[in-house]
Ligand binder design. Structure first.
Ligand SMILES: C[S@@+](CC[C@H](N)C(=O)[O-])C[C@H]1O[C@@H](n2cnc3c(N)ncnc32)[C@H](O)[C@@H]1O
Length: 183
């Protein structure tokens, strides 16, 4: 089964979790991975789905052993483990990343549907990510709408600042990338 068929099948079964009509385009995946490379340290990817962004991250030359992915859906996890042998695939919620032993991260790359999550869940995910990130580490998130992907109250409570990044038109729908860091 190709990526789109697999993605749509899971979207129909679990619309609240998948929350997108198609996997990210190659252009968006590359823009999400921009800045990573062979010398980057530890990185986590959240909500990799069928692995479009995972592939772009690894194509930067980031060593495979430096990347851990957190994906709730076991069907996607099986595909990720088959497509990227040796990759650490955690079939656990992203908000458990620190409890699962992650720390000292340089970057967290998120394809999670943050905007469709409650502020409480956003808070749990972002606070786990910033506990696992090194000082100066970055949380990268894309969103489809005109609004930033993170609830402003959550952003303020966690003392984060946001930078608007690339707008990727070649994606269905077009997406904007945001970078969050500690203020
Ligand atoms: C919009 S899809 C993005 C897929 C992929 N990153 C892409 O860009 O093509 C969102 C993914 O996040 C996963 N997901 C949703 N909530 C999650 C959570 N709390 N922890 C980990 N994964 C989650 C879903 O199962 C789905 O694979």
């Amino acid at each position: 089964m190709n990526d789109l068929a697999l993605f749509l099948g899971q979207m129909i079964r679990k619309p609240g979790q998948v929350s997108a009509l198609a996997p990210s385009s190659r252009r968006l995946a590359r823009a999400m991975a921009a800045g990573l490379g062979p010398d980057s340290g530890l990185v986590a990817e959240l909500g990799p789905g069928t692995g479009k962004i995972t592939r772009a991250i690894l194509e930067t030359g980031l060593p495979r052993e430096n990347l851990t992915v957190f994906e709730l859906n076991p069907v996607f996890c099986r595909k990720l483990a088959a497509d990227f042998p040796g990759l650490r695939v955690e079939n656990h919620p992203a908000q458990e990343m620190q409890a699962r032993g992650l720390g000292g991260l340089d970057a967290v790359i998120s394809g999670l549907p943050l905007l469709s999550m409650s502020p409480r869940l956003q808070h749990a995910i972002l606070s786990a990510a910033f506990l696992a990130l090194k000082p100066g580490g970055v949380f990268v998130q894309f969103t489809y709408g005109p609004r930033p992907p993170l609830d402003p109250v959550v952003q303020r409570d966690l003392h984060l600042k946001a930078d608007r990044g690339t707008h990727v038109l070649v994606n269905m729908p077009p997406a904007r990338i945001y970078h969050y860091r500690r203020a």
